[in-house]
Design a protein around this ligand. Structure first.
Ligand SMILES: NC(=O)c1ccc[n+]([C@@H]2O[C@H](COP(=O)([O-])OP(=O)(O)OC[C@H]3O[C@@H](n4cnc5c(N)ncnc54)[C@H](O)[C@@H]3O)[C@@H](O)[C@H]2O)c1
Length: 338
């Protein structure tokens, strides 16, 4: 197989490492509009540099394109590649608007190629084990849940970037960029969201960014389960996001790769989990390798890749619904469109 990468920034390093060290594919090209970044990436990962996606695809004819560019470019780049029958593995977030979601659905429907979405934290052993415990019935009925992300992003994080901090290019702030994994994991663990009510604020970077640095949301899931969600980048540190599922027989608490079970009699249990090497920042999790490997395995075997667009749509619609609620002040319904 032949693979290529669009966008040679931070996360592209990790994709390139996974492709080089663990996947049976040749990295044939890396494209970035910044020629210096494209050249540096090509030198590090022994591939060909391009300053245009179009030139790279025409020249190299890859089987798979990895999209590691700013948020607003994900859908147009995916559409362009899918229309040529090139498989796409795309970084989060898949879309920044409902209009983009509809365009992407059309592009997938009309292509012979496949789209995989990088929500790698679904592969974290802590999340897998939590899913197993919930599915086994051991925990009993789910009573409620919470998700909390308290991180730090300073003004330089935004002012040093060409695309962060602006609605048109980032699509949002603390939720769509930092806390989207935690929101997704709540959805993965709790099932189909039915409604969301949310509000946003900009507490610490007023006049610097037009996106939110804080979001809170009250999410209703099918089965009469409610979740409280809070995400901010106005804290002083990056501490592990917390996900807690309160159940009849235990509380399941996940902090990044740690899983703790709290029993009503005061006992605590930490299931032994197999850990992988973290390839990047600790809060990126350890799942990129597993997630990307699983996508290539699915391409080779013809099996379904679990993080495809239709499987991820409840999570994507929950994210878009939270923003819509914050904009309109309304409770937004999240059940599938009929
Ligand atoms: N899954 C995760 O945990 C995770 C972690 C970090 C970043 N990400 C996502 O990865 C994506 C990239 O983030 P990043 O931190 O690497 O950003 P970055 O700014 O470091 O890199 C983006 C790169 O894209 C390039 N670019 C911009 N326009 C382009 C174009 N038209 N053609 C080609 N290249 C272009 C930029 O020059 C830049 O080098 C974002 O969607 C981000 O949300 C995901």
């Amino acid at each position: 197989m032949k693979s290529a990468i669009a966008g040679c920034g931070s996360i592209a390093q990790l994709h390139s490492r996974v492709l080089t060290d663990w996947i049976d594919t040749a990295l044939v090209g890396a494209a970035d509009i910044d020629a210096r970044k494209a050249k540096a990436h090509a030198e590090t990962w022994h591939t060909n540099a391009y300053t245009s996606l179009e030139d790279m695809l025409r020249q190299e004819k890859p089987d798979v394109l990895h999209i590691c560019t700013p948020h607003y470019l994900h859908v147009p780049m995916a559409e362009y590649a899918l229309a040529q029958g090139i498989h796409v593995f795309m970084e989060k977030p898949p879309v920044i608007s409902r209009a983009q979601l509809h365009s992407l659905e059309n592009a997938v429907r009309n292509s012979s190629a496949r789209l995989g979405l990088c929500y790698q934290n679904r592969y974290n052993p802590s999340i897998r084990e939590a899913r197993n415990i919930l599915a086994s019935g051991r925990a009993g009925k789910i009573l409620g849940a919470r998700g909390i992300v308290t991180w730090h992003r300073d003004s330089a994080y935004y002012t040093d970037s060409t695309w962060r901090g602006r609605l048109a290019t980032e699509g949002g702030g603390a939720l769509i960029n930092q806390a989207v994994h935690t929101l997704d994991l709540l959805q993965y663990l709790l099932g189909q969201p039915s409604a969301v009510e949310a509000s946003i604020a900009n507490h610490h970077l007023k006049n610097i960014i037009e996106v939110e640095d804080t979001m809170e949301a009250y999410i209703q899931f099918e089965g009469n389960i409610n979740a409280s969600f809070y995400a901010t980048t106005a804290y002083c540190d990056d501490v592990p996001p917390l996900i807690e599922i309160a159940c009849e027989h235990m509380k399941i608490r996940i902090e990044d790769l740690e899983l703790t079970l709290f029993y009503p009699d005061g006992r605590q249990e930490k299931p032994v989990l197999e850990h992988r090497e973290a390839l990047g920042k600790s809060y990126w999790g350890t799942g990129h390798r597993d997630c990307i490997s699983d996508f290539y395995r699915a391409l080779q075997t013809g099996e379904e890749f679990p993080l495809n667009l239709s499987a991820m749509t409840p999570s994507i619609r929950l994210m878009l619904g939270a923003y819509e609620s914050a904009r309109t002040g309304q409770v937004i319904q999240c059940l599938p469109e009929t």
